[in-house]
Design a protein around this ligand. Structure first.
Ligand SMILES: NC(=O)c1ccc[n+]([C@@H]2O[C@H](COP(=O)([O-])OP(=O)(O)OC[C@H]3O[C@@H](n4cnc5c(N)ncnc54)[C@H](OP(=O)(O)O)[C@@H]3O)[C@@H](O)[C@H]2O)c1
Length: 328
């Protein structure tokens, strides 16, 4: 089968398409999935170039990709067709999901074995052309749940500032913060993305046209916000600490974020940790199906163009998601 592999950490050029990769055997509790689309995330290029903490756990040669959409084609020794059916995962069912944090096998290949609990069925009414969105949903959706519910504990009436409102995670953070009862959600982004932030329910602050610190000061009367959800981090984390209201929280997304400056100032700072459960995946299904979550796919590329996709990701200005189509 076709699969993307790499045998050393480095630039996108290390990514290689092989056509004779062995088909995986599903272990107990696992499902075999014929992959149609692969969602990409900044984590993919950080593991590939060796800069992610997870890279030290990767055994080379390795696969790449954390999430996907596809069709169930079988189950492990304990999951016959009856068992799969009882979980809504009968052979032929279209599914989406992501590898749990400790599972570093890739998803950018034609057939994967993956934990049944890390999958959820794609609703039957979803059109084939909408599948890329489902392939890109699990990682950013579960991250947003972990950020809004677990790390920030957003509650009714709070004010929220999101840095990077139209990135993959940002497009899920805005509606989830509102769903948690936030009174106002400001979101930074380039001016070109302001309209999209409005569509998602946020108040845009164009960081390339205005000073976002002045804007947030003006909007909050100098009080600051209750919660900062910071998907960018590099140039936004430290200045954000000046705009956190008393008792507020800051939640940087990158797992290597240094929380010390926040803690030294007595500001609660938490990096979200993804939990992959069927219950959380099913919440994403309801949100997407009912139109509350309107994750956007900005580019669909063929599997062969994965190196180009990683270059785009590393640029740091992805709008919504970049997805690979294995049948293109
Ligand atoms: N903790 C976890 O488990 C976890 C899970 C998922 C992701 N992450 C991390 O979270 C981060 C975001 O992931 P993602 O998938 O959302 O990335 P992404 O899709 O590449 O989005 C990046 C966002 O950053 C914005 N941005 C760039 N420069 C900015 C600036 N100076 N000020 C404000 N915003 C700026 C971009 O907006 P413009 O284009 O408008 O500039 C874009 O919206 C990554 O570092 C990723 O590794 C962590």
């Amino acid at each position: 089968m076709r699969a993307i592999t790499y045998d050393r950490f480095g630039s996108p050029d290390v990514l290689t398409l092989v056509t004779d990769a062995p088909q995986p055997e599903p272990a107990e509790g696992e499902v075999l999935v014929q992959v149609t689309h692969v969602g990409l995330n900044p984590l993919d290029h950080k593991i590939r170039d060796g800069s992610s903490r997870l890279a030290s756990l990767v055994e080379l040669p390795a696969g790449t990709g954390r999430e996907m959409a596809g069709t169930v084609i079988g189950g492990g020794p304990d999951l016959d067709d009856y068992e799969l059916g009882s979980r809504g995962l009968a052979p032929g069912t279209r599914v989406f999901g992501m590898r749990p944090p400790g599972d570093l096998r890739g998803t950018a290949c034609e057939i994967i074995a993956i934990a049944a609990d890390a999958l959820s069925p794609v609703p039957t009414e979803v059109e084939a052309e909408d599948l890329p969105r489902w392939a890109g949903l699990a990682l950013v959706g579960l991250t947003a749940i972990a950020a809004v519910d677990d790390a920030a504990e957003v509650s009714a009436g709070q004010t929220v500032l999101i840095h990077g409102g139209t990135g993959g995670v940002g497009q899920m953070l805005i509606p989830m913060a509102l769903e948690a009862g936030a009174a106002t959600v400001w979101a930074t982004g380039r001016a070109a993305n302001a309209e999209r932030i409005r569509e998602l329910g946020g108040e845009p602050i164009a960081y390339d046209e205005a000073d976002w610190q002045q804007e947030i000061d003006r909007a909050t009367g100098g009080r600051g916000v209750d919660v900062v959800l910071d998907t960018h981090y590099d140039s936004t984390f430290l200045p954000s600490l000046d705009h956190v209201a008393p008792g507020g929280r800051v939640v940087p997304l990158p797992t290597l974020a240094d929380l010390t400056p926040a803690r030294e100032r007595g500001i609660t700072a938490v990096i979200p940790e993804i939990t992959v459960t069927r219950q959380r995946l099913d919440r994403l299904v309801i949100g997407l199906r009912e139109g509350h979550y309107r994750l956007e796919v900005s580019q669909v590329l063929p599997l062969e163009q994965i190196a180009r996709a990683h270059e785009l990701l590393a640029d740091g200005h992805t709008r919504g998601k970049i997805v690979l189509d294995l049948n293109a």
